[in-house]
Design a protein around this ligand. Sequence first.
Ligand SMILES: Cc1cc2nc3c(=O)[nH]c(=O)nc-3n(C[C@H](O)[C@H](O)[C@H](O)COP(=O)(O)O)c2cc1C
Length: 193
Amino acid sequence: MGHSETVGSSDRVIEAIVSRSSTKKFSDEAVSRGDIETMLTAAVRAPDHGMLAPWRFIVLQGDSRAILGSAMRAALQSRMPEADAEALDREASKAWRSPLLVVVVAEPKSHPKVPEVEQLVAVGAAIQNLWLAAHSMGYGAAWKTGSHAYDAGVKSALGLRAEDHVVGFLHVGRPTSKAPIRPAEFAARTTWL
Ligand SMILES: Cc1cc2nc3c(=O)[nH]c(=O)nc-3n(C[C@H](O)[C@H](O)[C@H](O)COP(=O)(O)O)c2cc1C
């Protein structure tokens, strides 16, 4: 690859990184299987110490979003037995915010040289890769966690074990409203030695 091609491709990567922001509202348009597979390919190209593939992806689209919606409703009900029908409906509707939801899970493996924290950050890198791939294809995304990510009932509804970590519920779809791009402040957090 020649010099100009190298510079050209890194410019596109930087452009994608600095122009990313969270999507607030999504259109209903479904995401194609091919595009989802491109996003997942980008995700698993993340750095992975020991090549343990500590990630797992659960893809929810269309009616399968009801699995998460019902689980979130039940989780709220058990956490707040006084929650009314409106509050429960609002909680369940969060699963329908976007046409595609990718639940990104860390399943850390026992390894003598790769502690759990390294496997968790690898999964974080996978989420960022997935998001940037989606962004570069004209999709938007929103990364959510909240109490449902840590709820044993929600994990069980998704076929996960209590010890698995839901690192993010990644909503993906065509954006109709996005957050402003926030300033990239690094100076106060950087020491030059
Ligand atoms: C581990 C993790 C968990 C997050 N959980 C939530 C969440 O529960 N709700 C939410 O609105 N945003 C969540 N976010 C997204 C951030 O709030 C968001 O990226 C931040 O506000 C910056 O906005 P930007 O993405 O537009 O730059 C999470 C981000 C990370 C890295």
